[in-house]
Structures are given as C-alpha cells and as structure tokens.
Ligand binder design. Structure first.
Ligand code: C2O
Ligand code: CU
Ligand code: CU
Length: 556
C-alpha cells in the first residue's frame, strides 16, 4: 500500500534532499488508498448561538505613574464553562481567565509585568518527553510568557528556554517604542508551547498611539477583540489534546504529531457565541490563536450553511504590526495561526438581520494534497445579530489612507534563505519539521547587524502552508514566487514564474506571514531596537515545538 507519506519517504531516500517534485505528488495521489478514518471525537449536543460573546476585560495595573505602568499577572488553573449547556472545563489562564485579560498600553509607555506561575505541579495534558526541552528532569509544568509582535530586549522577550516552574515569577519590561498595533501574549515554554496554549494561556495586548486617535475609529462597546480557536472536549467536557500525523493518522495519546485540529470553534473562550450589535460601524480585532488551524473568514447573511452564501464586505485597516497604508475592502480574510487583522465592518445595511462569521479554509491548509476533508471543517464560528437600537450619536468613518513608511528593496541588502522541510522515519512517519535541516538546539547560524536591513526568503518544500514569525521585528512582505524543485535538490534556489506582490491587506507591517507549498516568500526586515538573542519559527504550535524554530542573533 502506497500512501503519501511512504511515497515521500521513498522519494526522499532517492534524492539527497527530502524534496519531491509536485508532479510526482499528483501521481501518488492516484494510487492513494483510502486510509482508516480517524476515530471520531466526541461532539457534545449543544445549541448554537445561545451564549453571548464574552467581552474581554481590560487588566487593571498594580501601579501607574507618569509614563510607567506595572502589572501583575498570575497564571492559574481554574474551571469555566465554554458553553452554558456543558459542565465546566478545567483550564489554565492568565489571571484565571480564558482568554487572558486584555492589556492596554500607549506607544512609549514603559510597561512592566510580573508573570507569576501559580499553576499546579501536574500538567493538564500528557507530555511527549522525546521533544527537546521536555525531557526529564525538566518539570512537567513550565511557563514563559512572550509578547508576540513586541520589540523588547532579549531578556524580556520570553525566549522558550527561559521558562520558570510553578511557584516562580519573573518581571519583564515592555518599552512599547513602536506603532499602535494588535499584539498578543502567550506561553512559549520549550517543547510544550502547543500544550500550554491549548490549556488557555493567551491574551490580547493592545498598543495605542496618537495616529490611531486621529482616525477616530469605533471605540468602547464598538471595538471588539475576537480570539478564534478550535478545541476538542470529551464526554465530561474536559479538553482533549489529540495530535495526528498530517495525513490524519491517529497517534498514541501523549505522542507529538505535526497537526492538531479541533471540532469545536471557540471565540473568546465560548463555543458558538453570538453578539448583539447596533446597525453601525464596528471595529473588530481578530486574532487566530489556534494551534494549527487556518481560518478563511467571511460574514454570511444566509440563514443556514446549505443556502448560497451572501457575503457582507468589510475593510481591513491594520495587520499584525500596525495600520495598512490604505484600507483594503474585502469579502474573505485568510488568517493563519498568530496573524491578526484590524477590521471595520458596517452593520447599518443589515438592520434586523443576522450575520454568521463563517470559515471555508481546509485543514491542514491549503489541503492541495489531501483528498477530502479529514477534520471537522468548522464552517461557522459565531453570529452577529443586528438588533440593538442605535445608542450613540457619534458617526465613524472608514479611513482611506494611513501614515505608513514602506521599506524599499535594494540590491545592497543581504539575502538569507530558509528551506522548510519535513523529516520522516523509515515507516514514513513524520519525525518533525526543520528549517535548513537544523533544529532549535543547533548553534546560531544567523547573526544580523543591529540597524541593518535584510531580505529573508522562506522556501516551502513541504505540502502544508506555514505561518513564519520573527521575534523583535515587524517586517514587510516583498513578494511570493515559485521555485524549481530540481534545482533545490542540488541546494540551489532557482526562482520560477512571476513574482506576486502581496495582497492589499498584506501590504502593511507583519510579524507572521504565510508561505504556501512550492513557494518562496520574500520579506524585508530592518533589525532595529536591541541586540541579543531572538528566535524565528513557524507559528503552528506543533511545528514550533518540533522543531521548526531557530535562534538568531542581533549584534552591534
Ligand atoms: Cu507568538 Cu515565538 O511567538
Ligand atoms: Cu512572537
Ligand atoms: Cu509549520
């Protein structure tokens, strides 16, 4: 029996690099045998859209004095209902909340946070001790918090090996010398990041500035944070973490696998919630905080998933690291794990109607090599019901252009190449994913000069898309292009086809960007801020844990 993985393994053995021309993939698919279906996951009998969307509270500081603010955040185990018809679920959360409370800061405000690990000694999920950093004598419960998208000193970045065990605390400072943006904080402990995040350790961090104020965007009750995720629950309503091979083959519990896909959509910690809105303009800050799942989101006026979708357009005004140069009118929004989108949507034409936040992304994404859907597709996430009366008189408008400085390409810039690959054992099972055949523990190979600008090219030689993320910086996407797989087997990067400029909603500041299979993603980065050790990695948490993550160093 020849399956995709066995085929890959054979091809990998026949060539020096584990790369397979796409044409051969197609042939393999023809002789593809239907695999044993995944053992079904429990689907609780619940009604959709009966629980209101939880609005995330803003965290109060312990101390605030001219330009500097101090917070204290305890990491706690607690129980909470993810749906009113289900018993409580055991969770981990910042300040005992899932998602964590939102931290709001101003540009240049110096913020410090004391992160206190008050979790119990026992983890919620079995740990795979074969992964680096997760072997004994490392304690099962370890945490370190990273502020994703922030420019911080290396010591306050939340590097994976800087974890602390239960009972310990550390204070990190966030200088916030950067533009207004939708940032987020989450756990980053070496070898168990996927499990700690899955347990609930993630929250928003909104950075605001004067430019943002000038745009007079919807605020207060009209500015809503949405954290979208997927989860699996068992009959007792407890979280199940069950990774699989990326072709869907189940794995023994506690074993690392390259993919996790849940069958329940969760928005702000609630399964299938709804939000009542006024017929007016709203600002939505959307974050995909899933482990592996990509979402392709749209607002649908149709009443059932079986009706022809009727899409409501919206505007994206910001990406990961700030405002776009111009707002982008859109009907669908692709959001990979860790990406954020700052959206404006006008509900005024939908008075009395219901919009369902829907999704049509394949899992794994983009699913070109997967015959049929292996995992629950999660076609719907939540509803917006336009049934509140207009309460405020203030009118908001959609900004057309926003201040932005484009990083210009130059032949002087140093280019670095990063080939993304999957490695397999003799049976064709995924052992892990790597960057340039290296793992996290291999010595630093990228030393960049503080203040310099470089081009980084990610070459995706796997059959899934990867959201690549760099710490310390915000970058810009230059282009995407195909490459010649035959040349890659000889360790040469030969670009083919026409380079494609980023879509209008990707022309702003990014800290995470998607590279599709068979593609090269070129980004342009200025390494400003601080020198020291940082990291870059794929933000599918399964990949990041094993081992698509590398250190880099800024020197100067
Ligand atoms: Cu969300 Cu290393 O990052
Ligand atoms: Cu990050
Ligand atoms: Cu990946």
């Amino acid at each position: 029996m020849l399956n995709r993985r066995t085929f890959l393994k054979l091809s990998a053995a026949a060539t020096s690099l584990a790369s397979v021309p796409r044409l051969l993939f197609a042939q393999a698919e023809e002789s593809y045998h239907p695999r044993t279906p995944l053992p079904p996951v429990f689907s609780p009998k619940i009604d959709r859209y009966i629980d209101p969307l939880p609005i995330l509270p803003t965290l109060n500081p312990v101390k605030r004095k001219s330009g500097s603010t101090h917070y204290r955040v305890r990491l706690l185990e607690f129980e909470s209902r993810l749906h009113s018809q289900l018993p409580p679920t055991r969770l981990w959360g910042y300040e005992g909340r899932y998602p964590g409370p939102t931290i709001e800061a101003q540009t240049d405000e110096s913020v410090s946070v004391r992160w206190e690990n008050r979790l119990p000694q026992q983890h919620l999920f079995p740990i795979d001790p074969h992964l680096h950093g997760a072997m004994p004598p490392s304690p099962a419960v370890r945490t370190v918090t990273h502020l994703h998208g922030a420019r911080t000193r290396s010591t306050g970045d939340g590097l994976p090996e800087r974890w602390m065990k239960s009972g310990k605390a550390s204070t990190y400072s966030y200088p916030n010398h950067q533009a207004a943006a939708t940032l987020w904080y989450h756990d980053h402990a070496l070898g168990i990041t996927r499990l700690n995040n899955y347990a609930g350790l993630a929250g928003f961090y909104l950075l605001r500035d004067e430019e943002e104020k000038k745009l007079s965007l919807p605020s207060g009750a009209y500015e809503i944070c949405l954290m979208v995720q997927d989860r699996i629950l068992n009959e007792k309503s407890q979280l199940v973490y069950r990774a699989t091979q990326d072709d869907g083959t189940p794995l023994p519990p506690g074993t690392w696998g390259p993919a996790f896909f849940g069958n329940l959509p969760v928005v702000n910690g609630a399964i299938y919630p709804y939000l009542d809105v006024e017929p007016r303009l709203y600002r939505l800050r959307v974050l995909n905080a899933s482990n592996s799942r990509f979402f392709n989101l749209y607002f649908n006026l149709a009443n059932t998933p079986y009706q022809i979708p009727s899409l409501v357009s919206f505007y994206q005004i910001g990406s990961d690291g700030g405002f776009l140069p111009r707002s982008a009118k859109m009907q669908k929004l692709l959001l990979a794990p860790a990406e954020r989108a700052d959206l404006l949507i006008d509900f005024s034409a939908a008075k009395g109607k219901t919009l369902t936040l829907s999704n049509d992304a394949m899992s794994p994404y983009p699913g070109w090599q997967v015959p049929g859907q292996l995992y629950a597709p999660l076609n719907e996430l939540m509803q917006f019901r336009v049934r509140l009366p207009i309460s405020a008189t203030k009118e908001f408008s959609i900004p057309q252009e926003m201040p932005f400085s484009e990083l210009r390409d130059s032949t002087d810039f140093r280019t670095r190449d990063f080939v993304l690959q999957e490695t397999f054992d003799k049976t064709g099972r995924t052992l892990g994913v790597r960057i340039n055949r290296k793992g996290y523990d291999d010595p630093v190979s990228e030393s960049v000069k503080l203040g310099s600008t470089e081009k980084w090219r990610f070459i995706n030689n796997t059959d899934d898309s990867h959201p690549m993320h760099l710490h310390l910086v915000q970058f810009q996407i230059l282009e995407r292009q195909g490459y010649d797989p035959a040349a890659l087997r000889k360790d040469e990067i030969k670009l083919i086809g026409k380079p494609r400029k980023p879509a209008p909603n990707e022309r702003g500041w990014k800290d995470t960007a998607v590279v599709n299979p068979g593609e090269v993603l070129t980004i342009i980065v200025r390494f400003d801020g601080y020198s020291g050790r940082y990291i870059y990695h794929c933000h599918m948490l399964e990949h990041e844990d094993n081992d698509m993550m590398r250190p880099y160093e800024v020197v100067g």
